[in-house]
Structures are given as structure tokens and as C-alpha cells.
Design a protein around this ligand. Sequence first.
Ligand code: URA
Length: 449
Amino acid sequence: MSETGRASFRGRPLRAVDLIAQKAAGGRIPADALRWLVDGYTAGVIPDYQMSAFLMAVCWRGMTDEETTDLTLAMAESGVQLDVSDIAPLVADKHSTGGVGDKTTLVVAPLVAQLGLPVGKMSGRGLGHTGGTLDKLESFPGLRVEMSSAQFRDQLRRIGIVIAGQSADLAPADGKIYALRDATATVENLSLIASSVMAKKIAAGATVIGLDVKCGHGAFMKTPAEAARLADLMIAIGDKLGRRTVAIVSAMDQPLGEAVGNVIEVEEAIATLRGGGPADLRVLAIELTTDLVVAAGLYDAETARRRAEAALDSGAALEKLADLVEVQGGRREDVAHPERLPHAPVELAVFPPRDGVVAAIDAKQVGLLTMQLGAGRAQKGDPIDHRVGIRLLRKIGDPVRRGEPVALVAAATEQDAEAVAPALIACYRFSDSPVAPPPLILSRHGTVK
Ligand code: URA
């Protein structure tokens, strides 16, 4: 691949600078030019600074649905495309567009697999103020998320569940572009999110795709209309490529569940897989699971919901998580005893300034404070501390009293905890009158209504 590749743009050999200028002026980029750009960036011929400028131009000027589909295909085809049809007739994947405290995958993937639909999932790392499934999973010492396509297929065949990161051969363009977006403030764009999510799903061979589109202050999509548009766009891309795609738009105005961090989110997911855990996490996990298995044609919605509840309450789905942890290099006993995983040495309670009711919690700020503690990355490739995080003991609608903590900060040092505590209490808004907890599921899209 060179700056003067075969394809041309307006009668001239392709040059990244022309594509940047075209997009910055609000123009359309043809499919072959997008593919040239993606392939060139993946191969290291087009430098970070040109790709960053292009991404920023997309953020400002947007892309048509057709361009978004072309970009998705170019990214999905930037590496090997897994064909898993010989392993199972249908293979599911679930993806969230990114939230705070969003450990849903750690519950949904084993639950869906336990209900008989194999799950081959390609996940991401923390992005912006949101956490990532791979970072959470790596709270299990020894667990590996990097694997070749052959290993991915082998594990899917053996245990019916895989959660892997981008490898050098699966959607490598998304791996590079995702990290670049995180460092260049080019995350929050509908087309870039849609193409990033769907490229991974398509490359990993998923035939049934369940999307959790987050909506609210703590999400990249701020309004139900924007979130619904993202859901519909991803479904259209999935449908065009012959994948059964369904989506739920779920609220992200406050963090999901109580825990925000890595190991503490893993603990909360395990509690949910034991039939406990916070109600919002349980409900969302059951609904996403239901839509996936209904889309696969395994059960009707009522049966799916009943079976999902039973698989949580009996601990059957937890065994699937234990299988995954063990096969990917972790210790099975850590799933049975997550309290033995490394935890933060310091825990600081945070108190409300007055009696009242929780009226709001700024999810994005909670995500940023969790990053400040070390649970997320400021720069691509930074190490993270899996032990640290924030536990929200009170959520919207809960009463609070002055002497009783509303949250806990789990930190590496006393200074870190004390630096975060005042900002954490400022994330809360209190009211004197009762406040109704906000709805969790805002809309459903795709063939499951
Ligand atoms: N999740 C992804 O995989 N990509 C995005 O761009 C956002 C969330």
C-alpha cells in the first residue's frame, strides 16, 4: 500500500490529505477511498496524524449511512473474517456502546451460552470515561484475552463461550482506530461508534447480534432519539450483511449497578450470576439475553425470560463464566471466591451533606473519577489498577441520612481516596421530596419488539 494506490479520487491518485479536506468540507467519501484509508492506516502507511484529522472531520461533518456501512465493511475486512458456521449454526455476540459500571457482558455472555446459544464475543477496553470488558476480565490473574482466530474457534467449539480482544488478525483496523479515537477526543460520533461496534461483530463471525445502546449523561449518546438512531443504523448494517441484529436502548443517566471499577464490577457480575446482585443489572441482563435467544429462534420471549431467571438463580450460568475464566488462563476458584482477588488497600466512605433523597448521580463524572483513581487510561497503552473503583451505596430514589455513607472509594492510597471523595459527593444531587427511580429500558429495536 502506498500513498499512490490504485484507486483514485476525483481523477487523481488517492492521497489522505484530499480525503481529509473532502470530509472537512462536508463531502462524501466513496467506498474504495474509505477502504484505501483504512487499509493504509492499518498497514502503518497512513500516519496517526492524518487519520486523527480525518476522524475529527467525521466528528464535525458526519457520514451518510452508506459511508458508515462502507467504513464498517472496510474495518471488518481489514483482517481475517472468522467463519464459525461449521461450529454452530448460530453464534451470538453482545455489545454495549459504552457506559459506567456496565458489567452486563460478564452476566449476559455466560447466561446466553448456558441457554444453549454459543457466544463468540470480541470485546474492547475502556474508552473515554467508560469501562471495557477486557479490562474487567483481566482482574482475574493470568486470564488472557489475546488469542488467534484458531484459538477463538477452538474455544468456541470446546466450551461454547469466548470473550477475546482484537487480535492482529481480527478487525485490526478497529483496534488501531479505537485507541486513536480515545486519545484524540473523536469517540462521540454515531458513525464511528456504529462502524467500530459492527466491524468487530462481523469479523468475529457473529450471526446473532445483541446491542445495548446506552443513553444519557454517562453515555456517548445523550438523548433517546440519538440512541435510537444509533440502534437503527447498526441494525440496518447488520441486516444488510445478513446478521440477525437486535438492540435495546438502556438508560445511562446514573451508573449501572453499584460498582464502578474492574475487580469490584467482576464481583458484582458474579453476585448477579448467583441470583443476587443489583436489580437494574439483573433486569438488563435478562432482557438482553431474552432478545438474543428469541432472535436466534431458540425460545419465545416468555420461556426465554423464565429460563434466564432460572439459570441465574441456580448458579448454572456462573459455571459458564468459570469455564471461560479457566480456559482463558485464569483460576476457576477465583470465580467461586472473587473476594480473594486482589482488592484496593484503602476504602473511604463518603457521606451526604444532609438528609434527603438521591435525585441524580452524574454518571460521566463518576466514570472520570474512577479513571482518576487508576481504573482507566489517560493515554493509550497506560497500565491500569484493577483493584480501584467507586461503590455507589445509594442510587436515584434512595433515601439518605447525614451520618450514613452514600458511596465508598476503593483506592491505592489514602491520598488518592481523599482527592476523589469531595468530587464524588459533588456527583450526587439530593432532593427533599420523593424521587421515582428512572426507567431502565427506553426502547427496543430490530425484530424483537
Ligand atoms: N464500543 C466500541 O466497540 N466502539 C465504540 O466506538 C464505542 C463503544
